[in-house]
Write a protein that binds this ligand. Structure first.
Ligand code: TXA
Ligand code: MG
Length: 334
């Protein structure tokens, strides 16, 4: 199959492909998603097959408006308030569904489902045109870093899916916050750009154990238990104050190594080391993280990558959650 790169002008064609059950990847403000008609079981099965995704890991239902959610789930008042405040935006909401309204292939057989209304206007227009919600897991092979460009999607799925709607690099760079509204108090199952402090004014208390946990966490979102984001090299999470010692250690090891860090930190790296810039702060670092992990995979000689850590506040929790998974919890000096 020749995978098409769709642009704005091709929306009708992309929507038609989705309606006939084909897979079309789409941009969001977080990462690219692998789209298929959420009401077409056959199409949804193809998403699991293409990704190599375990069947017990449920998919997000991506919608163009709140009315689309109401087709599948009653909307408690608190859900309506959260949607009004944060949608469209990088927040996925878990709700109890109307029994039988969604295929168990989508929900992994759960009585709940995840719903998301992304910010990307092209994608919302695509869903409107298709007339059906789309399942939208990140458009990467299971276990690989999520895609933040159409090029990343093609790297994993060229020749496998019908097309990818290209709208340039994504803004945030890590996947949405997953908020479970079926438990009391509401719980954040996956940290993202919407942090608990932003939710508390509306929800009162919010639990967020996942915030500080890395690869060895006990997961509540089924997907969090799988090895994620793993590049071929060993990633070693390195605090800024430990960079001099980590650089000396890596150099001493005699193995080719790489460094993924902010520009201030890269200024200290000796010539000849393969470097990837995380920009200037936690926001640019989050934006660049997955692209950087994928970039090092193109340099198989590099067996160790020192990657800069950030404090856990705000977006830092989302960044560190992904980075620690990529590193299998390996930190320099521990
Ligand atoms: O930003 C995002 O959320 C991206 C873009 C493409 O929208 N999508 C994404 O999807 O990250 P995915 O499938 O890679 O991650 C969805 C997460 C998984 O960890 C999954 O286990 C969890 O949401 N999830 C889905 N349905 C759930 C449910 N009913 N209860 C608990 N967790 C659920
Ligand atoms: Mg994913």
């Amino acid at each position: 199959m020749a995978t098409r790169i769709f642009t704005r002008d091709d929306l009708p064609e992309a929507a038609a492909a989705l309606r006939r059950g084909a897979l079309v990847a789409f941009p969001t403000e977080t990462v690219y998603g692998l789209g298929a008609d959420a009401t077409n079981e056959q199409a949804v099965r193809q998403v699991f097959a293409a990704k190599g995704r375990p069947a017990d890991n449920p998919l997000i239902v991506t919608v163009a408006d709140i009315a689309m959610v109401a087709r599948f789930a009653p909307l408690p008042q608190v859900a309506q308030q959260v949607m009004a405040a944060f949608w469209p935006g990088p927040l996925t909401i878990i709700l109890t569904i109307t029994p039988g309204s969604l295929s168990p292939v989508v929900t992994g057989g759960l009585k709940t489902a995840a719903f998301r209304l992304p910010q990307n206007a092209l994608t919302r227009a695509l869903i409107q045109a298709a007339g059906v919600p789309l399942v939208g897991p990140s458009a990467n092979l299971s276990g690989k870093p999520s895609p933040t460009t159409a090029g990343h999607v093609l790297h994993d799925f060229d020749g496998v899916i019908a097309g990818v709607l290209d709208d340039g690099p994504t803004a945030v760079g890590v996947e949405s916050t997953v908020l479970d509204l079926t438990v009391a108090p509401p719980a954040i199952l996956r940290p993202g750009a919407i942090d608990p402090d932003a939710l508390r004014p509306l929800l009162g208390s919010v639990t967020s154990e996942q915030q500080v946990l890395g690869a060895k966490e006990v997961p509540k979102a089924p997907g969090m238990k799988y090895k994620h984001y793993a590049p071929n090299a060993q990633v070693v999470v390195t605090a800024p104050e430990q960079f001099p010692a980590a650089l000396a250690w890596a150099k001493h090891s005699g193995q080719p190594f790489g460094v993924m860090a902010t520009d201030a930190m890269l200024a200290e790296v000796p010539a000849g080391v393969l470097t990837y810039s995380l920009g200037r702060d936690v926001q640019t670092a989050t934006h660049a993280l997955f692209a950087g992990l994928r970039w090092f995979d193109q340099h198989p000689a590099v067996t160790v990558v020192l990657a800069e850590s950030f404090p856990l506040a705000g977006l830092g929790a989302a960044y560190m959650n992904r980075l620690l998974k990529a590193a299998g919890d390996t930190r320099f000096g521990e």
